[in-house]
Design a binder for this molecule. Sequence first.
Ligand code: ZN
Length: 247
Amino acid sequence: MKSLINKLKNSHAVAVFSGAGISTLCGIPDFRGPQGLYKQPDAERIFDIEWFRRDAAIYYRGCMELVYGLRRFNPGPVHHAVARLEQAGIVKGVITQNIDMLHQKAGSRIVYEVHGSPLLHHCLSCGRAKTFEEICVMLESTPVPRCEVCGEAFKPDITFFGEMLPEKAFDSAIALAQKADLMLVLGSSLTVHPAASIPSMTVRAGGELVIINAQPTPLDGIATLLYPDLAAFADAVLDAWSEGTPR
Ligand SMILES: [Zn+2]
């Protein structure tokens, strides 16, 4: 870990790429893990845009706990470590596959959510927007939150199967990856494409790759450093950069 801390101190622009592994540390089930959503009946319909248009209740029923229960969860040590590194001017942005909004809760300001986000919901028909909190309030009295103007369902800005990835977040993520001199992969097995190809762009642009993940990833071969233990990384960072310390 010492060599990683030194590497971070000597980098000018660090990008973070995060996945489910950093959130399972806070008790949030991995969508693809054994407790995750994809084990539920109806699983492949829940995040399918065609099914959502047909019957939005499938999504809202399936995600009542997993998405709208996210209010109960707090960021974990890795989220805090990443936010601390941004405050110290080392991390220039976070690219995340997660839809749990925990980086923002921990204080990270530059977050590119490449699989979308439930932070905003839009009416399928007129495009009217509601915040996550507004939708949570509506769900207390209705199974499917609907637009007060046209009666259509509100859909979260999470990227569903059958939808394009969020173009703006994706383009910004690629720009960040290409200008970074160090890409730090945290808790992603780098298997869900195309987002998982982003870290290799840093290497192709001449930067270095460091991967911290419990399992091997397809990019291990081009990484400079590999670590299995996310909690040890968070401890080392929070130890090296105590609150308010400039780099
Ligand atoms: Zn509407």
